[in-house]
Structures are given as structure tokens and as C-alpha cells.
Design a protein around this ligand. Structure first.
Ligand code: ATP
Ligand code: MG
Length: 557
């Protein structure tokens, strides 16, 4: 390892120590999503962390679905999660793993605990169980079932498994310590009855293990060495270890906690994201405004930008909130380097070049990228009628060159990758609105300086009115207009930014109709756009605004 590869965070320090001291010969991590929604940007950082560590230390990383909660889980989520991870550029070790593949093993281990006198079937309802568990100031109270014999418990557990009890009428609990200051150790539930089919195991089970009873044992079965989770599981660690101590597990994983990634102007909770989808606030889980991986993908984020963002937020041991502008910066930076340039006119104003005959087409060539000749060139048809942006023209001849570096009546401007032109006249409708500008081009100015005495005010973009194409542009902005949409008393839905989507028609340079879905562009002077991966076609071009050229939120406070 070189000096630049040195440990970047506390987890890397731990791993390097474990490898150096021989506690492990190779690291094995895992990413364990519950398939109850699409993954979001917070999960993306956890993916980059777990898979990234395995890459860095030549270990392995499993993808394991933590599917112990059948009523909230669905196959579509299982599929979407795999797609997201592949798209981010990571490869899991071996086959996809499922907690549900270990249900037989968990069941045997439950029997093991019962036989050892370390688990019992409790018939208290959920409410009594909660009350009798006590709290930090109040000791727990034993259930009448706590000291029943092993035989009775085996028989009761068998009845649970056979479906003889209704939901809520019995649960299997570990017999640990009802006085423990750590509430997780006050006889946690190992199995509960849920009479619902499971997306992987069908009708085989009507009892399902709890997260706590499943997670560490899954890690042990898969020989995970470093089980990395978020901080809220810190208090569960003694329980994680209790199971490993009390079960004949094949390996001894260790749990480490790091802080969740929180982002301002964003909600990162599958439950709340599901609400946005279910209530039709957004078009779906992959709506380009969603902080889901699939939403960001459709918005035009690249895997590299998301990986870069994960590095920027790093790994921390205490909770904090990252600025969403970091994420935006990561994609802007990536696209500035990698996106091809193109021209699109969003607020078209017709400009007629009087000294260019009707029907004449001159082919201009322009680099796809100013600093990357290897990306090639494109051809721009230059015709008598073109569109420029309304904002790029004014009749106000008093505006100084410094204030208005665009087209002014009687003055010159350069058309990007084409001629210098002069605006000669305007045509207005009966209400006085400008509908057309008449102009003339200065011959010999393509790629050449204009003659002495002609000083263009600036450079503006344009599209041929006869050869350009129309496209639908979806102009996205942040979904929430509040920095902490779900941290206050009020409903997070009250902070939806009403301006988060505007749909408009624009004129685009002709080559853009052939854009491949997901191809990204900088529409010069407008922003970074991506061909929509679902709706874009040559017949109906659709581009999504990924991000503006500059951060327009920076000064909004
Ligand atoms: P949510 O609250 O959004 O439903 P979750 O933690 O319940 O998230 P899981 O599917 O259980 O979602 O998470 C899979 C993995 O991703 C876990 O290891 C979890 O700790 C991690 N993870 C979830 N949210 C974040 C986040 N915001 N930042 C970093 N890691 C996260
Ligand atoms: Mg969870």
C-alpha cells in the first residue's frame, strides 16, 4: 500500500490492525438492505463503504437481503436494489444472499436456546410485554411464562410454528436479564407470529425471526468479518454478541457502527419516500427529484459522482448533516469534465439573417467538448432563420457592454461556433412584443476575428429554426424548499418546493435527437441535461435538467 492509500477513517484503521495482527486473513463485509423500498442516497454511502472496503483490502462483500419482515417487503424492491448496486459499479461476492434462506437454521438455533433454558414462549400481549419490560428507571417484571420447563417451551414453540396461535398471542423471547440497564437485553423477542406469505419462502413459515435474532447469525453464517451498521444499533451490540456467545455459530463476526448520512433539503427514510410515491407527490420511486439511487440515475447523476460524494462525506462516528450542495457539486464537476456540449434554446426568439438566402444551409462544426478533442465534433446547420434566447436580446441600446454581453439592436454578438452578427431591426406584434429580430452576419468570421472596428459584446447560443428539433425539457429543482424538511413539528410534505418541476418545450440542435437514453450534455449557458432513460426517443426527445451550471441556492440561506 502506498502512502496515499493509508487509512482514511476509523474503520480502515480497525481493518488494517486486524489484518496486521492476523485476527482475520481477509476481510468480508456485507450490505444488508431490507427490501421494503428503493435505496436512497444514504444507502448509497453505505454501499460505497462496504463494497469500497472490500475492494481496497482485496476482500469480499456480500449482498444480503434482510428479509425478515414479509408484510412490508416485495420482489420489485429486491430487483431494484440489485440493479442499483450493479449500476453503481459494484459486484457482490457469489450469489445474492437472503436472510430467509437461513430460516431453518434460525429455527434450529431457537430450539437450541430453548433446550439450554435460554429462551421461552411468552403469551403476554404486546402492550403488557412493553409495560413489564420497564424502562431505564423501572425494573422489568417477569412474565408468568418465564420459568416454564424446557419441555413446555418446546411444545409451545412447536404450536407457534404450526400456526395454532393467532398473531400476537405468543412470541419466543430470549431469557437474558430483565434488570439490565440496556433495554435490548430485557428478554428481547426472537420470533413473532405473522400469518403472511413471504416473497422468498411462500407459505412455509408463519413465524418470523426478529431483526436482532437474525442479523448477527446471518453475519456468522456468511463468515462476515466486519459487520458495519449505523449508530442506532450501537446499543444492540451487546445482544448481537450475546447470541454469538450462546449459539454454536460457525464464525465470530464483529459489529462496528458509523453515523448515517443525512443531507439537508432531503429526506432519507424509505418510509417517507414511500409516502411521496403513494400520495402521488412524485411520479414514482425513480422520479428524478427523488433522493433514491434510481431517481438520481434518472436525473443524470453518474455512478462516479455518487461514489465521489460518498468519499466527500466520509465515515464518521457522530451524527451530522451534510450539505446537499456537496452532492450537487460532485455531479457538476463530473459533467463539466465528461458531458458533451450542445445547444438548446429554452425561450426561443426568431432571428432572421437577412443576408443569408432562404434555403441555404451552411455547416458549422463545433467540438463536442472544449478540452477533450477525443470526444469528436458535431455539425450545426446554420440557416437564414435561427432561434436565440429571448433573454439574449434587448432593444435597450443604452445598456453598457459590461452589463449586457449579448445582442443589442445596432450592435454585434458572436453566435457560438458560427458568425459574428449584427442586429438591425425588430418586428413586433400588435401588443408591442418582440416576435422577430432581423440581423446580418459578418462574412469571414467563423473561427476568425471580425474586422477592425467590430467588437462583439459576447457569445450567445442558437439553434437553426428550420433544421433544429423540438424537445421536451423537464426542469427540476430541489424537491424540498426547507433545509430540514422532516425535523420539525410540521408534516414534511408541507415543505415540498412547488417549483420542483417545470415542463417546457425547447429547440435543440438536430444531432441531439440521436442521444442515447442516459447520455448527458451541457446545454451551453443553460445547464447539464440528460436524455431521459424512460421517455426519450428520436421522435419525442425528452431531456431532464440534472443540475444548473452554478449553485443558485447558495445565497438563499
Ligand atoms: P430507512 O430508515 O431509510 O428505511 P434502513 O436503515 O431501515 O433505512 P436498511 O435497508 O435496513 O434501511 O439499510 C441497509 C443498510 O444501509 C444498513 O446497513 C443501514 O445501516 C444502511 N443505511 C441506511 N440508511 C443509511 C444512511 N442514511 N446512511 C448510511 N447508511 C445507511
Ligand atoms: Mg432497517
Amino acid at each position: 500500500m502506498t502512502a496515499t492509500d493509508k487509512a482514511r477513517n476509523f474503520l480502515e484503521q480497525i481493518i488494517e490492525k486486524d489484518l496486521a495482527e492476523g485476527r482475520v486473513s481477509r476481510i468480508h463485509t456485507r450490505f444488508p438492505p431490507e427490501p421494503n423500498g428503493f435505496l436512497h442516497v444514504g444507502h448509497a454511502t453505505s454501499i460505497c463503504l462496504n463494497f469500497g472496503l472490500a475492494e481496497k483490502y482485496q476482500g469480499e462483500c456480500n449482498l444480503r437481503f434482510d428479509d425478515t419482515n414479509p408484510e412490508k417487503e416485495e420482489q420489485v424492491y429486491v430487483d431494484a436494489i440489485q440493479e442499483d448496486i450493479r449500476w453503481l459499479g459494484f459486484k457482490w461476492s457469489g450469489d445474492v444472499c437472503y436472510a430467509s434462506s437461513y430460516f431453518d437454521q434460525f429455527y434450529d438455533w431457537a430450539l437450541h436456546l430453548i433446550r439450554e433454558g435460554k429462551a421461552y414462549v411468552d403469551h403476554q400481549d404486546a402492550e403488557s410485554m412493553r409495560i413489564n419490560r420497564g424502562d431505564f428507571n423501572k425494573p422489568g417484571v417477569e412474565s408468568a411464562d418465564r420459568n416454564k420447563s424446557v419441555e413446555e417451551n418446546l411444545a409451545e414453540f412447536e404450536k407457534m410454528r404450526a400456526g395454532e396461535y393467532e398473531e400476537g398471542k405468543a412470541s419466543l423471547r430470549a431469557k437474558i436479564d430483565l434488570q439490565s440497564p440496556n433495554m435490548n437485553l430485557r428478554d428481547p423477542v426472537l420470533y413473532r407470529i405473522r400469518k403472511v406469505p413471504h416473497h422468498q419462502t411462500g407459505d412455509k413459515w408463519c413465524i418470523y425471526p426478529s431483526y436482532d435474532f437474525a442479523h448477527g447469525q446471518e453475519d456468522a453464517i456468511e463468515h462476515i468479518t466486519h459487520s458495519i451498521c449505523t449508530l442506532e444499533f450501537q446499543d444492540h451490540r451487546p445482544l448481537y454478541e450475546w447470541f454469538l456467545d450462546n449459539l454454536p455459530v460457525p464464525a465470530r463476526p464483529r459489529q462496528y457502527e458509523f453515523a448515517r448520512t443525512n443531507l439537508n433539503y432531503t429526506v432519507t427514510s424509505k418510509r417517507k419516500l414511500k409516502k411521496l410515491v403513494d400520495e402521488g407527490v412524485v411520479g414514482g420511486w425513480d422520479d428524478p427529484r427523488m433522493p433514491t439511487i434510481s431517481g438520481m440515475r434518472r436525473r443524470g447523476y453518474t455512478p462516479a459522482s455518487i461514489r465521489r460524494f460518498s468519499e466527500m462525506v466520509g465515515v464518521s462516528r457522530s451524527d451530522g448533516t451534510a450539505d446537499v450542495s456537496m452532492l450537487e457539486h460532485a455531479i457538476r464537476d463530473d459533467l463539466n469534465t465528461n458531458a458533451a456540449r450542445a445547444m438548446a434554446v429554452l425561450a426561443p426568439l426568431k432571428l432572421v439573417i437577412q443576408n443569408l438566402p432562404e434555403g441555404e444551409v451552411q455547416e458549422m462544426t463545433a467540438a463536442a467538448h472544449p478540452n477533450r478533442p477525443e470526444l469528436g465534433q458535431r455539425t450545426l446547420p446554420f440557416t437564414r432563420e435561427i432561434y436565440i434566447d429571448h433573454e439574449d436580446f434587448t432593444e435597450d441600446t443604452m445598456l453598457s457592454r459590461k452589463k449586457f454581453k449579448r445582442l443589442v439592436i445596432g450592435d454585434y454578438v458572436r453566435l457560438r461556433s458560427a458568425y459574428v452578427i449584427r442586429a438591425d431591426d425588430v418586428i413586433k406584434d400588435e401588443n408591442g412584443n418582440i416576435v422577430e429580430v432581423h440581423a446580418s452576419f459578418v462574412p469571414g468570421t467563423v473561427g476568425e476575428d471580425p474586422p477592425e472596428g467590430i467588437r462583439p459584446r459576447g457569445v450567445i447560443h442558437w439553434v437553426s429554426a428550420t433544421h433544429g428539433q423540438q424537445a421536451e425539457l423537464r426542469i427540476y429543482d430541489r424537491l424540498f424548499n426547507h433545509p430540514a424538511p422532516d425535523r420539525g413539528e410540521e408534516d414534511f410534505l408541507s415543505h415540498i418546493n412547488p417549483e420542483s418541476l417545470k415542463v417546457m418545450q425547447a429547440w435543440i440542435e438536430p444531432s441531439l435527437v440521436n442521444a442515447a437514453p442516459e447520455q448527458t450534455f451541457q446545454f451551453e449557458r443553460e445547464g447539464y441535461f440528460v436524455a431521459d432513460r424512460c421517455d426519450h426517443s428520436a421522435e419525442h426527445p425528452v431531456f431532464n435538467l440534472t443540475i444548473g451550471l452554478k449553485d443558485t441556492w447558495a445565497n438563499k440561506g
